[in-house]
Design a protein around this ligand. Structure first.
Ligand SMILES: [Zn+2]
Length: 352
């Protein structure tokens, strides 16, 4: 057991979630605040303030902290603790780890948010306790974190699991990366919203289109949640969009299983908050693959996909686990060894 407290911080495009636990991951306090996008230095201060506020509310002091973990939506250099590029936050080359380390005087681990979430799911024994799993985060964008043999698989450039830019439909919509028909362009929150907006603008009949009144000029844009809600009520356009998204996600799940032989694919992120309306088209997409291929049937077992509940907080939990690993690599090494069947070097655990 660690003696101090662990702070996990999940930095998102719109909010910062903080979770403080004791060394055995028992909750001490939590907080969610809005994100300041754009000014990196202000953002460092905001993350620090959020940790201070959470500690104060739990009647604890910064001196009680043993380590901090931070998950960030973007590319990171975990060795240096630097956020290389987080487009949605406007962060470029931000030395978040060293900055927070200087302020709090404790080890700080930085990781991509989805990769951190995947490592956290494994460390907490979720997803059926599988030591080979993928976490597919479906929110504003899409990416996966892959845990193989109990270790987060990053790849030399940290690109492992960036399945949002797999091309799933050749003549699909343009993606921000420059390709056409990427998974992210078809099935992410931003992608679904953009497809719906384009159809509405083109005059496709749908409940998503506002009545042509002056008020419609100031209406808020269609969101992915709107599209899933409309699909659930039988709107034909919305049903087509979510069916396309479900098929694309099913192909990505198939791709993850065939690439890595993971025993579990966990789905989470904002878009999955639509629940059954989200999951049903994915299941239909998986069934199409299973019906067409004996190999796909063997690979895509019926217990392979897990949908996280909306309050799972996988990102913040992943960040807490990063903090735990940063605090006591030796303890984690001992804890991981039986699960992986071979020793894990402390350095590997510190920077998963
Ligand atoms: Zn792309």
């Amino acid at each position: 057991m660690t003696t101090g407290l662990l702070a996990g911080v999940d930095v998102g495009g719109s909010k910062i979630a903080v979770r403080v636990t004791d060394g055995d991951l028992r909750m001490v306090g939590r907080l969610v605040v809005a994100t300041a996008v754009g000014d990196p230095q202000a953002a460092v201060g905001q993350v620090a303030d959020a940790i201070h506020t959470t500690l104060r509310a739990a009647d604890r002091r910064p001196a009680d902290l043993e380590a901090i973990g931070v998950g960030v939506p973007g590319r990171v250099d975990p060795e240096a603790g630097v956020v290389t590029l987080a487009v949605n936050l406007g962060w470029h080359g931000l030395a978040l780890g060293p900055e927070l380390g200087r302020r709090f005087g404790v080890p700080v681990a930085i990781e991509n948010d989805v990769k951190a979430a995947a490592a956290g799911l494994f460390a907490r024994g979720l997803a059926g306790g599988a030591s080979d799993l993928a976490y597919l985060g479906i929110g504003t964008g899409i990416s996966a974190g892959v845990v193989l043999d109990g270790r987060l698989h990053r790849g030399p450039r940290g690109l492992a699991g960036e399945v949002g830019h797999l091309v799933v439909t050749e003549d699909g919509p343009m993606c921000a990366c420059g390709l056409r028909g990427c998974l992210e362009a078809v099935a992410s929150g931003r992608g679904i919203a953009a497809i719906a907006e384009a159809e509405v603008a083109a005059g496709t009949p749908t409940a998503l289109a506002p009545a042509s009144t002056p008020a419609s000029r100031t209406r808020r844009p269609v969101s992915a949640a709107d599209v899933y809600a409309a699909a659930a009520t039988g709107d034909p356009l919305a049903m087509r969009i979510v069916a396309d998204a479900g098929r694309a996600i099913a192909r990505a799940i198939h791709g993850l299983v065939m690439s890595y032989d993971v025993r579990s694919v966990v789905l989470g992120g904002g878009v999955t908050g639509a629940g059954e309306a989200f999951l049903a088209p994915v299941t239909a997409g998986l069934d199409l693959l299973r019906a067409a291929s004996a190999l796909a049937r063997e690979a895509l077992t019926h217990d392979i996909v897990h949908l996280l509940p909306p309050d799972a907080d996988a990102g913040a939990w992943g960040a807490v686990v990063l903090a735990r690993d940063a605090a006591l690599p030796a303890r984690v090494t001992a804890a991981l060894a039986p699960a992986t069947g071979r020793p894990v070097a402390a350095a590997e655990v510190r920077s998963p």
